[in-house]
Design a protein around this ligand. Structure first.
Ligand SMILES: Cc1cc2nc3c(=O)[nH]c(=O)nc-3n(C[C@H](O)[C@H](O)[C@H](O)COP(=O)(O)OP(=O)(O)OC[C@H]3O[C@@H](n4cnc5c(N)ncnc54)[C@H](O)[C@@H]3O)c2cc1C
Length: 219
């Protein structure tokens, strides 16, 4: 159910030089209900008073369907209105929000045996939220999961330590960071080539394509 609520900043840290991690709590003290993969909208006014809103993926790793803190990764956008609001929000400060929205989730009735997750920048945020569910799917159904995540450079690879720890601790789980380092570029090309060989003409990868991509991601 979509709700409107105030969020209060409980904590923050810089994840990368241009990305701020915010941990927010509902001001009414109730837990936040969501399915990992969903996003919230932040509502605010432009300087001229016109109302507007921006969407942000919830990144809190969720064991159940409720969390105390709603964690967001806010990327810096030059001249951005929400960037200014969320980049300058101080501890205890509040913003208006609504949500959760979206169906980019690992649904309970999915029967997939394999997931291939791809993201760049703050696009990894929903995958961070999914980590406990991924672990459970692997343990219960033997699901195989591969994550390919990218950034312009190594210091902008978000939540890399958490993805790496999850990969090490979870069998059937692979992940590969890709940035503009020479070596990574070579590996990214390998994967891009594997993707493209079979996806034409309609860009719908076949099961073989997925197998080749999966194999290209190191354990
Ligand atoms: C479903 C969904 C989930 C999202 N999740 C996240 C998230 O987890 N973290 C996050 O940081 N953002 C996320 N976004 C993007 C976010 O909603 C805002 O668009 C973004 O933060 C910029 O808002 P702003 O008000 O700061 O910039 P605006 O005031 O909207 O834009 C300022 C200027 O920058 C340009 N611009 C806007 N965005 C970009 C960009 N990404 N790169 C280059 N130029 C740009 C605009 O065209 C404009 O000229 C998500 C968007 C969607 C739709």
């Amino acid at each position: 159910m979509i709700e409107h609520f105030q969020l209060k900043l409980a904590d923050s840290r810089m994840l990368a030089p241009t990305v701020r991690h915010l941990a927010l709590e509902r001001a009414d003290g109730t837990p936040f209900k969501f399915t990992p993969g969903q996003f919230v909208q932040i509502h605010f006014n432009y300087d001229d008073g016109k109302p507007t809103k921006r969407s942000y993926s919830v990144g809190t790793p969720a064991e159940g369907d409720e969390v105390d803190k709603l964690e967001l990764a806010i990327s810096y956008v030059e001249g951005g209105a929400a960037t200014r609001l969320l980049g300058n929000l101080e501890r205890g400060g509040s913003v208006e929000a609504s949500g959760p929205y979206g169906r980019f989730c690992l649904m309970d009735d999915d029967a997939n045996r394999r997931y291939f997750l791809i993201a760049t920048g703050t696009g990894v945020t929903p995958y961070r939220a999914m980590l406990p569910k991924i672990k459970k799917l692997i343990a219960e159904r033997g699901t195989r999961v591969a994550l390919l995540y990218g950034a312009r450079n190594e210091e902008e690879l978000l939540y890399g330590e958490e993805f790496e720890a999850s990969r090490k601790n979870t069998r059937n789980s692979r992940s590969m960071p890709v940035c503009r380092a020479q070596h990574a570029r070579h590996r990214a090309r390998t994967i891009a080539a594997a993707t493209c060989r079979r996806c034409c003409p309609n860009c719908s990868p076949t099961p073989n394509t997925t197998s080749r991509i999966y194999a290209a991601i190191p354990k």
